[in-house]
Design a protein around this ligand. Structure first.
Ligand SMILES: [Zn+2]
Length: 176
């Protein structure tokens, strides 16, 4: 079983930046690497869009997963909103009534159970990495980096590890 892990943003594109200066691109990379370590331990084959802080285009991320022949694609992000009160966890898929939608639901539930943030649910979205990938693909918005309390959580190693555990448990639940 081949899982492609996409750490959102990186390099010239830091993604959202928290009120205390936390970079989304650094958080997503750390969670991605932690997730990959867990999945590898559990016997999954894992590939990454990036393992360092570097720029990778959205189309290249999808292309890498397609060429590798991934069975599932998981993109890791932190949410952000002009409303600094916004908080919680959500997961995105491209087309309704697909395997990806079910996969999003299982992973989102598992993640919320593990990190105990507000469950915002799952949504269909026209994101390039979801549209251009040929396997069931989801994009996880772990928590809001624009929210002070969640930025502090996202800065913590324990919380990031819990994000990885929650996503990994969801992947295992869905694929075994
Ligand atoms: Zn992002």
């Amino acid at each position: 079983m081949k899982i492609f892990i996409d750490a959102g943003h990186g390099g010239k594109n830091p993604g959202a930046i928290g009120q205390n200066g936390l970079y989304e691109s650094n958080v997503t990379l750390d969670i991605a690497l932690k997730l990959g370590r867990i999945l590898t331990e559990w016997g999954y084959e894992v590939e990454y869009s990036r393992k360092t802080d570097k720029t990778v285009s959205l189309s290249d991320r999808a292309k890498m997963a397609n060429e590798w022949g991934a069975n599932f694609f998981v993109s890791i992000h932190c949410n952000s909103n002009v409303n600094k009160e916004a908080n919680g966890t959500s997961t995105y898929f491209y087309k309704p009534n697909t395997v990806a939608e079910s996969f999003a639901s299982v992973v989102n539930n598992s993640l919320v159970r593990q990190i105990e943030r507000k469950d915002l649910g799952i949504f269909s979205a026209n994101f390039a990495v979801l549209r251009l990938t040929r396997m069931p693909a989801i994009l996880v918005e772990t928590a809001f980096i624009s929210n002070l309390a969640e930025e502090a959580l996202l800065a913590s190693n324990t919380f990031r590890q819990n994000c990885a555990i929650g996503i990994a448990n969801g992947i295992a639940e869905f694929t075994t």
